[in-house]
Design a binder for this molecule. Sequence first.
Ligand code: ATP
Length: 239
Amino acid sequence: SSTGRALQIDGLDVYYGRVHALRELSIHVDEGEIVALLGNNGAGKTTTLASVSGVVPARSGRIQAFGTDVTTAKPWEIVGAGVVHVPEGRRIFSRLTIHENLQLGGYLVKDEKVVDQRIEEVYERLPRLAERRTQQGGTLSGGEQQMLAVGRALVAGPRLLMLDEPSMGLAPLIVAQIMDLVQRINESGTSVLLVEQNARAALRIAHRAYVVENGEITLEGPAKELAADSRVIDAYLGA
Ligand code: ATP
């Protein structure tokens, strides 16, 4: 269906020892949407993605992906459900070639032909990676490494792509290219949950957004409305 929920998180509580990192957090992503999760350092954005990915356990609450309860699912089961995470800091393999990095994105895909076909689609989308397919990942610029990390996720065949701070450390022009890539991926049918400290860049492409502070959602709404909200402007869009 094209009208369902890609992701639904209800009342999620996560602790690290005694640190209460997420406090009854509820968010959703409809199929076809780009939803931004905005907030400062330490607000709980990465924890939200880690919890969906099955890396950090929920103390309470519920997570559903495409209608299936994945609250206690293992990371590979989450990928199997169509939810693919591009982690903060890209984590590409600098000694492996670009092609090998892309192949790793397909490690859970049984049919090698499907992997090869998806890699070719990534190369069509990102010709710069195609030109350099035999070079080591570590020779790429920061922006190209981010593109490679996104490309690797695409090889897993996501229905929901979760991106953790893809703009981090990149110049404004490169950030714009990354956001453009995310928008094009969304336009070809993939739902997106975009975690960003760069609220300006994220709100430009998002349909809706949430603001998280101290593990709690404090604001939510259409991206256009949040971009015009004085609280968002003061706290996240500064002059
Ligand atoms: P950042 O942009 O720095 O990643 P964030 O919004 O993603 O920020 P989280 O990384 O989710 O925030 O952190 C949420 C809270 O949980 C913070 O108070 C942080 O200090 C704490 N925290 C995160 N990871 C751990 C951990 N492994 N052990 C203990 N506390 C942690």
